[in-house]
Design a protein. Sequence first.
Length: 254
Amino acid sequence: MKWSAVGTGAMGGAGFALPLLAIFYLLRQVAKLSFPPFDLFDWMARRLPGPVVTFGIDLMVSVLRLLPVGETSAAAKNAEQLLALGMFVLVCALAGAFLYAWLDRPSPLHPAYSGAALGGALGVCLGAVAASISRPGAGAGIGYFLGVVVLLAAWGAVLGWSFPRLLPRQPARPAGEASAAGPVVEAISRRRFILRVGEATATITVLGAGLGALVADRRSRSAGAAAGVPWSERNALPNAADPVQPAPGTRPEL
């Protein structure tokens, strides 16, 4: 296992995770589906020991109080979402490092197939996590489960397909044969591939995130124009009859 392959796989996994996040965000806004990074974050928070979660919350609040970010409750929610996105990218980076370490050894299986298998397995895990979390108003049925598996399998297939292009191997040459042009051609080809992949990745990420934000903004405006009042003022909350009330000054939860 070579560190060049591991590092390249980690960067590739994290880079290809960005357009995947944009696609998940677009599907969330268009079809009101669940969002895998948030589901993974919630699942982890529910299973970590209580003192660890409390320490994390206290640390985050202490940092936010030192920064000019406005109200702590709203800033904390944004910080949680950023942590969830970062956790998802980290998982993809670790998976990419493992995949490239595996591909950096002789194998009869095509790199794209190996990547698709790893991505599909990761999708099954994320789909199971979403199914175990009850989130009102967010779809997490069998269609969502299959969609997550297919998208993660496509992510892995693209990552595996990129392996021989990101880490090209020079064929063995007979002793005494000139090979000065080989590394130059290899470097130019690799650089050109990275530029093209970077352009495609940035395009998909910007388009997906932009369209998702546009859909969310139109939905918010139409709901505000039609109702004029918050949803909670026109509908009974699930915990309306709960004798336990939120502490004064804390963020109300639905």
